[in-house]
Design a protein around this ligand. Sequence first.
Ligand SMILES: [Zn+2]
Length: 141
Amino acid sequence: MTVLTHMVVGGAAGSFVEGRAAAFGLGMILHVPLDVMPHYEFQRLGLEVALVASFFGAMVVTGNAGTGVFWGALGAVIPDAENLLWRVGIIPGEWKVFPGHNRRLWRWLPHGRPLGPEHAWWQVVLGGAAAAVIARRLLLS
Ligand SMILES: [Zn+2]
């Protein structure tokens, strides 16, 4: 799953729970089903990293670093740090531990079949809906 989708879904879900740890944990748990579904992987790694960093930077600058949105989004993107390290060649694939990333766990939690960009529409719809939830929750708080 694209990190952007993980980020906004985790942030939206995190906005509905009390406490940073609960939001962080919920974001991390929701990472698993999004990775298990067949999905398109965004191929522009640098752009994706820049967008994720911009989101968290904007959350800090606007005083939203203590919100469930921030912590849910953080919990949702942290598992993909190992994918980033693997993709840039810092760690081998066998070192990945998160369910859905670790191939030894694929019997129970296989990573979703890769789809082409023409199938990314549902990820855009899901991400857009989650972003709308985030905007509403932040504006109403
Ligand atoms: Zn992942």
